[in-house]
Write a protein that binds this ligand. Structure first.
Ligand SMILES: Cc1ncc(COP(=O)(O)O)c(C=O)c1O
Length: 392
């Protein structure tokens, strides 16, 4: 496989800190021209110099310089051996699930993203791969569900919308005793706040559409592996399934990543202020926020992350109040997705988790009073003022 490189080698060249690595990327300036902004190589194909003689690039579905620079950068930030860039987060989920074969068993967090839930309950099930959706914040629940044919555990931590936290190190330790592959969807915290591979996970995946790209203007997905061996198994799926990332989208994501640290810090600070405001509001009955010291998983959180991120959910006193908030928010946008500069609010029961059967949703706390807020990087007082007028 051409250009198949262990990206940890790039990292060894430097002892720069996270923000500097994010700004400067792997190669940084483009080597041929010295272009400070790594160029968009907007070409589907590349000229051969002769038979079996190319400059290392043949066809963009196989390799593209802009996409590769992004892959190298993200592998460095997640401290993995290899990264694959894909067209969306769902493409990344499908890529990882390609490791499962008929007869295998999957254990997954119970309130994962609705799209991932839907894949497990359709594509995987049709291929004779059964999933147990488990509350992975309770370690005994994980152990209880392990079967001889369990091949993978799929962790979202924190989960969304109900913000449960799984102990990634403990789960990895137990899983590896049973030869179970540990996958973490690290979309919500990003490598800035959480590095699952260092905690013992084998694979990290992202919806790059969210914090990594960060501006609500492109789709992307990533799979980062701890070892090259794992990447060798996964890369052909991406190549032949054709779910590669387009060069322009790769460039937008590279640009987004340059400001990941400052954006994450601002999301984190704003989110705490908004969470505190909501907790004291008379119409708010519950706030799901991992940064509260009385959150049931707070000790696990501070053990494995360096921040709390920009996501929270809150329950209001009635369905009518929830609908009123969605109708009255002004600067905050009623829209799906998360992790961008703009604050976005959604109604998980209808927008992100409609695939989950109603009885399951109710059990998970995803009811008609629950709202999920992706706290943006606007002035925090403006976000609070907007919520206050929407709740009144
Ligand atoms: C946690 C999480 N993982 C994966 C996905 C899927 O990503 P995408 O929408 O980029 O396909 C989403 C989308 O909302 C998500 O929130």
């Amino acid at each position: 496989m051409k250009n198949f490189t262990n990206y940890q080698e790039y990292d060894k060249k430097t002892n720069l800190k996270f923000a500097s690595k994010a700004v400067h990327g792997a190669l940084g300036t483009e080597p041929l021209t010295g272009s400070v902004s790594f160029p968009i190589f907007q070409s589907a194909t590349f000229r051969f110099r002769g038979l079996k003689d190319s400059l290392g690039y043949d066809y963009t579905r196989l390799q593209n310089p802009t996409v590769e620079e992004l892959e190298r950068t993200l592998a460095i930030l997640e401290e993995g051996a290899h990264c694959m860039a894909l067209s969306s987060g769902m493409a990344a989920v499908m890529c990882v699930f390609s490791l499962l074969k008929s007869g295998d068993h999957l254990i997954s967090s119970d309130d994962i993203y609705g799209g991932t839930y839907e894949i497990a309950n359709t594509v995987l099930l049709e291929n004779n791969i059964k999933t147990d959706f488990v509350d992975l914040s309770v370690i005994e629940e994980f152990e209880k569900h392990i079967k001889p044919n369990t091949k993978m555990v799929f962790i979202e931590s924190p989960t969304n919308p109900t913000m449960k936290v799984a102990d990634i190190a403990k789960i990895s330790e137990i899983a590896h005793k049973h030869n179970i592959i540990v996958v973490v969807d690290n979309t919500l915290l990003t490598p800035y706040y959480q590095k699952p591979l260092n905690l013992g996970a084998d694979i990290v995946l992202h919806s790059g559409t969210k914090y990594l790209e960060g501006h609500n203007d492109t789709m992307a997905g990533f799979v980062i592996t701890k070892t090259e061996e794992m990447a060798t198994k996964l890369r052909p799926y991406l190549t032949y399934q054709g779910s590669c990332l387009a060069p322009l989208n790769a460039w937008l994501t590279l640009r987004g990543i340059k400001t990941l640290e400052v954006r994450m810090q601002k999301h984190n600070d704003n989110c705490r202020k908004v969470a505190e405001f909501l907790r004291n509001h008379p119409k708010v009955t519950k706030v799901y926020y991992v940064g509260f010291e009385d959150h049931k998983d707070y000790q696990t959180t501070i053990k494995q992350t360096t921040g709390f991120g920009g996501m929270l959910s809150f329950e209001v006193d009635s369905e009518q109040t929830a609908l009123q908030v969605l109708d009255k928010v002004d600067m905050i946008i009623f829209a799906g997705s998360l992790g961008g500069t703009e604050s976005l609010i959604v109604y998980p029961t209808v927008v992100t988790h409609h695939e989950v059967p109603i009885e399951e949703r109710e059990k998970l706390g995803i009811n008609d009073r629950l709202l999920r807020l992706s706290v943006g990087i606007e002035d925090p007082q403006d976000i609070i003022n907007d919520l206050a007028q929407a709740l009144d």
